[in-house]
Design a protein around this ligand. Structure first.
Ligand SMILES: [Zn+2]
Ligand SMILES: [Zn+2]
Ligand SMILES: [Zn+2]
Ligand SMILES: [Zn+2]
Length: 228
């Protein structure tokens, strides 16, 4: 017989989840006068899955996930409802198995879905994630520098250049100029020395009076004089 506290106003309290629910969402139990058991259907399903898993584990030493037997080295993806080898799942250290719940294609699809929903596209997502700005800021910056690379003037530059220390967005650069700054470790002294160095090994035409130039010869280096 149900304990008194299990029934009230035509509702029954599920012994597992403790929620009061109408009798028709309870599992069947022919031993009771009303034909209904002590657990609501979702809880009952969980119970039978768990006991099935325990039986399989005890009899075959295999793990059951989501109510099905998953072979060693495999995992069930709830999105595509397929059992796949673990290699088809992205790594996830925070999961007890070391792998993410969704297989790689489903994982990527979900990520894209989220990015689209939150940021209206992956470009916007990456801008926000990496630089903390949106496409609107990029467009404004680009307009301020005349729509060209802030260093060499190449059209349609695409690289957001930022100060790695402060995070300050310096401007929009073309691929080469952005990479160039990085090669010089974003260091103004190295860059200044590089200019001096280049000038010292190049013939310089310097304006000394209006219309009058003086040619300075190279201060350093050697001409190529040996041939094989
Ligand atoms: Zn329940
Ligand atoms: Zn999948
Ligand atoms: Zn450039
Ligand atoms: Zn060097």
């Amino acid at each position: 017989m149900p304990r008194l506290s299990d029934d009230r106003d035509g509702l029954r309290r599920c012994r597992d989840c403790g929620e009061w629910k109408p009798l028709d969402v309870f599992c069947a139990n022919p031993k009771r006068p009303d034909g209904k058991g002590s657990y609501c259907k979702p809880c009952f399903n969980e119970r039978s899955k768990a006991s099935y898993a325990r039986r399989v584990k005890a009899n075959f030493d295999r793990d059951v996930r989501h109510g099905r037997v998953v072979p060693e080295g495999h995992r069930y993806c709830p999105a595509c409802e397929a059992i796949k080898p673990l290699d088809d799942f992205p790594r996830n250290r925070s999961d007890s198995t070391g792998y993410a719940s969704y297989c790689k294609p489903c994982h990527n699809a979900k990520g894209q879905e989220t990015r689209l929903r939150l940021y209206g596209g992956s470009r916007e997502y990456h801008l926000r994630r990496r630089y903390g700005i949106g496409q609107k800021d990029v467009d404004e910056l680009l307009a301020e520098q005349g729509g060209v690379c802030a260093i060499c003037g190449a059209p349609d530059p695409e690289h957001v250049d930022h100060d790695h220390v402060t995070g300050w967005i310096r401007g929009i650069l073309c691929f080469n100029c952005n990479g160039g700054l990085g090669q010089f470790r974003d260091d103004v002294e190295y860059l200044a020395k590089a200019i001096t160095y280049l000038k010292g090994s190049t013939c310089q035409r310097v304006l000394i009076h209006p219309g009058v130039y003086q040619i300075f010869s190279r201060a350093r280096g050697r001409p190529p004089s040996l041939s094989f």
